[in-house]
Design a protein around this ligand. Structure first.
Ligand code: SF4
Ligand code: SF4
Length: 262
């Protein structure tokens, strides 16, 4: 998911759709293209994707990131992209695909969940809420658009159960947009200490939990007691804190979840 200025929203790839505009699409195991969309992908993983996948696989974030991802820091960028590493075979298949389909289906990443739609956020004037925008962008081999089954973006996302993903992924898209508009790290650069802390607070929640509870973090920041209690066992609460921390430290956005102690 990408955030873009509203006047550039049409530059996102695919055919733009209104939320309630009908399009035709169905995906079924009996189609000849079944599973073809699960290979040779540049599949970006967002922080909530990693949370869900590492939990499903019973791994720590470190183990998951080592086993399944490539971190790519592109020239001129402030933050690495986290890409799902495809299997080293001729078809470059997704590590989670099987002949029967996706083996992590209930926890599949946001991009797979929304496919063949892509969602963006159109940024209007300061102080206004970003507007979700939808694009239909199936690859040429996909037979889904030829199936006579009408749906809308609103129905598609409801069926894919993206509500929790939306909450975290929209917030992350806005942070990334702000990263792209200036240099958040100063002289340290994107490989420096603060950039590593920001990565930990979003992608490596097991390390962030240790940092919160075992460093001087709670002497420096006041976190509501109820949130602290939830954070001990719940990665979602920890990710909310991680995002609030980045928003506050780097972008100056205040949050009730986190206050500096005087
Ligand atoms: S290519 Fe399209 S229709 Fe075929 S399995 Fe993938 S999403 Fe479904
Ligand atoms: S995670 Fe699942 S849906 Fe996504 S590419 Fe892999 S197998 Fe396909």
């Amino acid at each position: 998911m990408k955030a873009v200025d509203a006047d550039r929203a049409d530059s996102l790839p695919g055919r733009r759709l209104k939320a309630d505009e009908t399009f035709q699409f169905a995906c079924r195991p009996d189609l000849a293209c079944f599973n073809r969309c699960c290979r040779n992908l540049n599949l970006f993983l967002y922080p909530y994707d990693v949370l869900r996948l590492k939990r499903r696989l019973g791994m720590t974030a470190d183990q998951f990131l080592d086993a399944y991802t490539d971190l790519v820091l592109r020239p001129g960028r402030s933050f690495p992209d986290v890409l799902l590493r495809m299997t080293d075979n001729a078809a470059q298949t997704c590590p989670f695909v099987s002949p029967e389909g996706c083996t992590v289906y209930p926890d599949r990443p946001f991009t797979c969940r929304s496919f063949p739609l892509e969602k963006g956020l159109a940024l209007g004037a300061a102080g206004t809420r970003p507007e979700p925008v939808f694009f239909l962008n199936p690859p040429p081999f996909c037979l889904g658009p030829r199936q006579p089954q009408p749906t809308t973006a609103k129905e598609w996302f409801a069926e894919a159960d993206t509500r929790r993903y939306d909450r975290f992924t929209e917030r992350w898209a806005l942070v990334q947009d702000r990263f792209g508009r200036g240099d958040p790290w100063g002289a340290e650069g994107p490989r420096g200490r603060r950039a590593k802390m920001a990565f930990m607070a979003t992608y490596n929640l097991d390390a962030f939990r240790r940092f919160v509870f075992e460093s001087s973090f709670l002497q420096r920041f006041k976190v509501p007691r109820e949130r602290l209690r939830r954070m001990e066992g719940e990665d979602e609460a920890l990710l909310e804190l991680g995002l609030a921390w980045i928003e506050w430290i780097l972008l100056g956005i205040r949050s009730a979840d986190l206050r500096p102690r005087r």
